[in-house]
Ligand binder design. Sequence first.
Ligand code: SF4
Length: 236
Amino acid sequence: MTAELLLAKAHYPVTALGPGVRAGIWTQGCTLHCNGCLSRDTWAADPGKAVPVEAVLGWLESLPGPVDGVTISGGEPFQQPEALHALVRGIRAWRESRPDDAVPLDILVYSGYVYSRLSRSTEAREILDMCDAVIAGPYVERLNPEGRHARSGSLLWKGSANQRVVPLSPLGRDRYATPAGKTEQAAGPRMQVSVDEGPEGRRVYYIGIPRRGDMEHLTTTLERAGVRAGDVSWRP
Ligand code: SF4
């Protein structure tokens, strides 16, 4: 039977969550409830969000432009181990079917679990063995510097300083193990915005790693410009 994934969102191009031009896949459902989480809309394991993994893979294969990597975030991807395993296995198969001269495609996964916990689980280890890098650990708000005080390059693609970037393959080591000299600016924008029209109306999504206070600052700026933010994912 085809595995089903609870999917919050898929987006292309993503340039703020890993190097290069990427496809982003956000899983739905997270029970970790980190204080200050900016993606509270992904917490509920809503069965209405289930899609076949094959459909996500079909979307990836249909992307029009270059894909340097796939970023899987959440929600908590490892709370859906069967679907995550099928997804990562499918991405690897697609990667191997690409022409030899295509830019190598890396698989980066985010998790709110610390790496030592993930690597103790046989199920999670099998998934990690197919990925190129994991950014592991819960979001800790006080370890995310305020936007105006954030030093360039201090956190790169991490949400807070406690999180660990763990390369898992030679490609992962090449792209994720050498932060020295790489600044956040050089690595691409810190945040991007996408607007989706759906059955529930127009929704604006931010993609990337805001620094502490950035979202409140954005809301205030929008309100000053006459745009009401309405329901937002970063407040209870
Ligand atoms: S930061 Fe990530 S792991 Fe933590 S509650 Fe939010 S979605 Fe879950």
